[in-house]
Design a protein around this ligand. Structure first.
Ligand code: SF4
Ligand code: SF4
Length: 222
């Protein structure tokens, strides 16, 4: 899922300074699961902003709403009748949701309420870790299901760089060496032949360096 983290409230206060009527807009999907931008976080942020305004003698209207998804035209339509009541929206969705809402409501300022961080997994309570950088050409089949693109600091694709110590990456003793994980998994799978084989040149044209990407599925188009 997409992992996001809450923005510091000081940054949000600064963002909303020019506006009097602000809608805090949450999303029920990834940002709810990673506890950064769901209904609960909308309520907490709205309350904190109201308390701040009261304590400073500032008059602002702070509204709340949470959509099923902000990266979907259908759900974004749900606020069509509400937006005229506000001067700005603080969106707690990921960067995709913020941009989609901005495209839909052209004259409405859309302010991000979270920082979108990565594609990751919920490894433990309160711990989310990166697992994929959406490179567009997945190599997991030959790396034992461990991603060297997102989990190796140097993104090396043909074995470790030589800098790891005791299974940890040279960038930090707290970070597993992705290639140690890959080797351990390939051993467990009895597929060390995959490790010995020289990896084919990866097609990076499908990665972000080629500019914004599009996925088209003729079979699901209406
Ligand atoms: S190889 Fe690419 S698509 Fe596959 S998990 Fe890694 S970053 Fe994601
Ligand atoms: S130590 Fe391992 S994870 Fe770190 S950069 Fe080298 S190969 Fe990649």
């Amino acid at each position: 899922m997409i992992i996001a983290s809450k923005k510091p409230i000081e940054e949000i206060i600064q963002e909303i300074t020019p506006y009097s009527r602000i809608l805090i807009l949450g999303c029920n999907e990834c940002v709810t699961v990673c506890e950064a931008g769901g209904k609960k976080e909308v309520e907490v942020l709205a309350s904190a902003l109201r308390i701040f305004c009261l304590s400073q003698g500032i008059e602002k209207t702070i509204g709340e709403h949470t959509l099923e998804r902000q990266c979907d035209h259908e759900y974004l339509e749900e606020i069509r009748n509400m937006v005229d009541d506000y001067d700005a929206i603080v969106s707690l969705a990921c960067g995709v949701g913020v941009q989609f809402a901005a495209e839909k409501y052209l004259t409405m300022p859309l302010l991000p309420g979270v920082n979108t961080v990565c594609l990751g997994a919920n490894e433990d309570r309160g711990l989310w870790t990166e697992r994929c950088q959406a490179c567009g050409s997945c190599v997991l089949a030959r790396t034992g299901g461990i991603c060297p693109v997102s989990r190796c600091a140097k993104r090396v694709l043909n074995g470790p760089c030589g800098g790891s110590t005791n299974g940890k990456c040279e960038i930090s003793k707290d970070t597993d060496c992705a290639w140690q994980l890959i080797i351990d998994r390939l051993k467990a799978l009895d597929k060390m032949d995959d490790y010995e084989a020289v990896a084919p040149v990866k097609d990076w044209s499908k990665d972000r360096a080629g500019g914004p990407r599009t996925v088209t599925r003729e079979d699901v188009k209406i």
